[in-house]
Design a protein around this ligand. Structure first.
Ligand SMILES: Nc1nc2c(ncn2[C@@H]2O[C@H](COP(=O)(O)OP(=O)(O)OP(=O)(O)O)[C@@H](O)[C@H]2O)c(=O)[nH]1
Ligand SMILES: [Mg+2]
Length: 408
C-alpha cells in the first residue's frame, strides 16, 4: 500500500513508467526508486516472507510489473508464529539470500542513507526473521539509519496466543540493532477505519492504506524537495535521546473521508490538536497522558513554516518538541479509497511514557504463559535456548523502568 501511494504521488504507473515523462522539479523520488535504462522506475525495496502466498498476490497484482521479481524472496513454509523458527532455523537459512539481494539493491544507491523496515512483532517471520536480518544489516551497514514500522500485538483481540512471546523476544533481539521503531497496532487502526473513516468492516487493505498515509507523511521530505529537509538520520537523532528507548508512537491527521473533508480545518494548530486525540494514534495509547522525551512534527502541504512554529511554541509548554519539518507537497489520496485528498497533513511522532501500558500488557500476558512454560518447547525445538525467554523478559522489564525513569 505504501508503494501504491508513492506511485500516485510520484506519477508512476503500475508499469513503472511516469505518465508524464517530464517530472516536476521538486520530485526527488530517486531516493526510493531506481531507474532502468529504458526509463522505468523500480522500488528500492526487498520483500521477504518464509511462505509464498502473500508475495504471490503481489506477483500477480496490479503492480506486478513495478517490482523487480528478484527482490521478492519467499520460502516454502511459514514460521508458524514462532520467533525461533524465524530467527534460528528456517529463517536463518533464507537470511543469506536476503542479504545477497540487499547488497545488490544497496549498491545501486549513490549515498545510502538508511533502511525502512515493515513487519509484525506477533508473527514468527515478522519477529524472528526481521531480527535476524536487522543484526546482519547493522553489522554490514553500521552507519545507515534503521527506521521500523512495527505492527504490535493488539491489546485485547489477538488471533495467536504466543504473540506476546514473539514481541518480547524480538524487542530483546533488536534492542541493540534497531534504530527508531514506530509502534502500531491493528486495534487502533481498525477503530480509525471504523470511527473516523466510516468503513463498516475494515480489512487489511483499508488498514494498510492508513499506515501508508502516515509513512508518506514521515518520508515526505525524502521524496520531495523543500525548504526544511528532514532525513531519516535527523528523525532518529531527534526522537531517540537514549538508544534503548527507541519506541515512539505515531499519530496522523487529518483522518477524514471525501464526504467530510470540506468540514475539516487544516491549520497547523488544528492538525496538532487532532493528532493529540487518542483516536488519531496508530497505536492504542494516549499521547496527552504520556510524559514526553522527544517529538517530531512533520507537516505536509499548505502549512506556512511560521504557522507551524507558532503551533509548536504553544505545545512546548506542555512537552518537548525537538524537530519540526514542513514539506510543501500536500498528501495525495487513493482514488476510490477511504481517505480524502487534503490540503495539509501532520505526522506526529512522540517518544514518551505513553507506551508503557502497552509493554505492561504484553509483559503480563508473557508471564501468564511463561509461568506454566506454555509453548516453550516449540521454541527450544527450533534451536533457541530456554534461558533466552527469561533474559528477554528481564530486558523488557528494564525497558519499562527506563521509560518511567527517563520521563519523570
Ligand atoms: N495491519 C496489518 N496487519 C497484518 C497484516 N498481515 C498480518 N497482520 C497482523 O500481523 C500479525 C501476524 O503476523 P504476520 O505478519 O501475519 O506473521 P508472519 O510475520 O508472516 O509470521 P508467520 O506467519 O508466523 O511466519 C497478526 O496480528 C496479523 O493480524 C497486514 O497486511 N496489515
Ligand atoms: Mg506469514
Amino acid at each position: 500500500m505504501c508503494w501504491e501511494l508513492y506511485c500516485l504521488e510520484h506519477d508512476i504507473l503500475p508499469s513503472g513508467f511516469k505518465s508524464n515523462p517530464e517530472p516536476s522539479s521538486s520530485d526527488t523520488c530517486d531516493a526510493i526508486y531506481s531507474r532502468t535504462s529504458s526509463g522505468s522506475y523500480i522500488p528500492r525495496a526487498i520483500f521477504v516472507d518464509l511462505e509464498p502466498t502473500v508475495l504471490d498476490e503481489m506477483r500477480v497484482g496490479v503492480y506486478r510489473d513495478l517490482y523487480n521479481r528478484d527482490n521478492m524472496i519467499s520460502g516454502k513454509e511459514d514460521a508458524g508464529s514462532n520467533f525461533a523458527r524465524g530467527y534460528y532455523s528456517v529463517g536463518n537459512e533464507i537470511s543469506g539470500p536476503c542479504m545477497g539481494r540487499l547488497r545488490i539493491v544497496a549498491e545501486t544507491c549513490d549515498s545510502l542513507q538508511g533502511f525502512l523496515f515493515f513487519h509484525s512483532f506477533g508473527g514468527g517471520t515478522g519477529s524472528g526473521l526481521t531480527s535476524n536480518l536487522m543484526a546482519k544489516m547493522k553489522n554490514e551497514y553500521s552507519k545507515a539509519t534503521r527506521v521500523s514500522f512495527i505492527l504490535f500485538p493488539s491489546p485485547t483481540a489477538s488471533s495467536v496466543v504466543v504473540e506476546p512471546y514473539n514481541a518480547v523476544l524480538a524487542s530483546h533481539a533488536t534492542m541493540d540493532t534497531a534504530g527508531c521503531c514506530f509502534a502500531m497496532d491493528n486495534e487502533a487502526l481498525y477503530s480509525i477505519c471504523e470511527s473516523k473513516l466510516s468503513v463498516a468492516k475494515p480489512n487489511f487493505t483499508n488498514i494498510n492504506r492508513v499506515i501508508a498515509q502516515a509513512v508518506a507523511g514521515v518520508t515526505g521530505s525524502l521524496r520531495f524537495q523543500g525548504e526544511s529537509v528532514v532525513n531519516l538520520e535527523d528523525l532518529q537523532t531527534n526522537l531517540i535521546p537514549f538508544e534503548r528507548l527507541h519506541f515512539p508512537a505515531i499519530a496522523y491527521a487529518p483522518l477524514v473521508t471525501p464526504q467530510t473533508a470540506d468540514k475539516e480545518i487544516y491549520t497547523a494548530d488544528q492538525l496538532v490538536n487532532s493528532c493529540l486525540q487518542p483516536e488519531s494514534s496508530l497505536v492504542k495509547c494516549n499521547l496527552r497522558q504520556g510524559r514526553c522525551m522527544a517529538s517530531c512534527l512533520l507537516f505536509r502541504g499548505g502549512v506556512a513554516p511560521a504557522e507551524a512554529n507558532a503551533a509548536v511554541t504553544k505545545l512546548k509548554s506542555s512537552g518537548l518538541i525537538n524537530l519540526v519539518g514542513v514539506n510543501a507537497q500536500p498528501p495525495s489520496a487513493i482514488p476510490g479509497g477511504d481517505m480524502a485528498a487534503c490540503p495539509a497533513s501532520l505526522a506526529f511522532m512522540s517518544n514518551s511514557s505513553a507506551l508503557v501500558p502497552l509493554w505492561s500488557r504484553i509483559n503480563t500476558k508473557f508471564d501468564l504463559m511463561y509461568s506454566k512454560r506454555a509453548y516453550v518447547h516449540h521454541y527450544v525445538g527450533e534451536g533457541m535456548e530456554e534461558g533466552e525467554f527469561q533474559e528477554a523478559r528481564d530486558d523488557i522489564a528494564t525497558l519499562e523502568k527506563d521509560y518511567e525513569t527517563a520521563t519523570k
